[in-house]
Design a protein. Structure first.
Length: 404
């Protein structure tokens, strides 16, 4: 998963008699309407590369020399060199001058057996909208979210922390809007946040926040942010948080005494991203494999926090450790929770569950659960950490009986 990136692109214009030809298919694309903003070309002929469909479609093969494969690739991607306001093909647009909003439809392959989107799919959508945000900015260079200045300094983005909270999972076929924006995180980092809302109701379904730093692509060591990179991205920074957390709760390190363990996990070639390390979504999958079946069957993941420690290569063997937080729930942060204030993922009150279940213990067994996780490399002298994690689970929506 990446944050800020861009390969320089070239808009190819051809002078031919076809310039005045109106392709009916192109005309249809030019009339796409996003949230009331039409992509129809105006009489002012605004020079927006993402809308130069006709020019790109009509460009001849001779315009791209065979030995310039990089140029050809950039042309195929149609990466703009200037800031774009609307992208009719991705259903995206710039909001508030610096933020990005993309409208997506939840597809069949993004949901599980219960027809709700999986958390893995949510993380993939967050990654995609982040990259599309950079695509719209005109800063994307040749890399997975890297700006031109980053490429000149052999730098890539790496995530150090990510947190996602889900109030309600989108369902198959639902139309959602994903907002994303960036801000400063300390002197050398960048924060990226997201909001996912239902387009129909306007309700916020999920929110996410993440912290990113730069790493040298050759040495694989963390790097300070060069001034030329800061000058590129700082105009896009805004002070706005999707998840407000003054002091993040520390995730403790697990040892081999953890209650649940899944060993001998090995990445596949398909798990590697464009930066040649294991994709963050794969880490989540490994973590969830250590969750007890009873929990995954009766509960739904409502929050996850990931703290990244190091990369995982294709030859590493990974262990997934998992430990339930036995004291969490009834006593959270040392304060007694009123069960009337505790809600399940579907919005039902825990007090209602208490009335229906076998006393207080039964209600909490059915209520909120929390686990601590650790992914580590097996066989290393110190079992080097890859990711520490924490997951919170709330009871699934009960199946309501049919009315008669």
């Amino acid at each position: 998963m990446a944050a800020f990136s861009y390969p320089a692109s070239y808009v190819i214009r051809c002078s031919s008699n076809r310039d005045n030809y109106q392709d009916p298919n192109v005309q249809k694309l030019n009339n796409i309407n996003i949230n009331g903003i039409s992509s129809r070309r105006s009489s002012s002929k605004a020079d927006i590369p993402s809308q130069k469909v006709g020019a790109l479609a009509n460009s001849s093969v001779a315009s791209v020399p065979k030995n310039e494969s990089v140029t050809a690739e950039r042309t195929r991607q149609n990466i703009p060199t200037k800031k774009q306001l609307v992208d009719p093909f991705r259903q995206g647009l710039i909001i508030e001058g610096v933020g990005y909003r993309q409208t997506v439809v939840i597809r069949s392959y993004e949901v599980g057996p219960d027809k709700t989107v999986t958390l893995e799919s949510i993380l993939n959508l967050l990654q995609e909208t982040a990259l599309n945000h950079v695509w719209m900015s005109g800063l994307l260079s040749d890399g997975f979210g890297a700006t031109h200045g980053m490429m000149r300094n052999n730098l890539i983005w790496v995530v150090t922390r990510m947190q996602v909270q889900v109030d309600q999972y989108p369902i198959w076929g639902e139309i959602v809007e994903i907002d994303t924006w960036v801000g400063a995180s300390g002197k050398n980092g960048m924060r990226r946040d997201w909001l996912i809302r239902s387009q129909v109701t306007g309700h916020i379904l999920a929110r996410g926040t993440s912290t990113w730093v730069m790493m040298n692509r050759k040495t694989r060591r963390l790097s300070k942010m060069p001034e030329e990179v800061r000058a590129e991205i700082s105009p896009w920074f805004i002070e706005k948080q999707a998840i407000k957390e003054d002091v993040p709760e520390k995730i403790v390190k697990l040892d081999d005494k953890a209650k649940y363990m899944n060993t001998d996990l090995k990445p596949k070639r398909s798990d590697l991203d464009m930066n040649h390390h294991v994709n963050n979504v794969k880490y989540l999958r490994w973590m969830l494999e250590a969750i007890p079946d009873l929990t995954s069957e009766s509960h739904q993941l409502s929050e996850i926090t990931l703290e990244y420690r190091r990369e995982c290569g294709s030859s590493d063997i990974v262990q997934s450790l998992c430990q339930p937080d036995e004291d969490w729930g009834i006593l959270s942060n040392g304060v007694n929770q009123d069960i009337s204030d505790v809600t399940l993922l579907n919005g039902f009150s825990l007090a209602n569950e208490f009335i229906k279940s076998n006393g207080l213990l039964g209600s909490f067994e059915k209520g909120t659960l929390r686990y601590t996780h650790l992914l580590q490399i097996k066989g290393e002298p110190k079992n080097e950490e890859i990711v520490r994690g924490r997951t919170t689970w709330k009871k699934k929506l009960p199946i309501m009986p049919f009315s008669t």
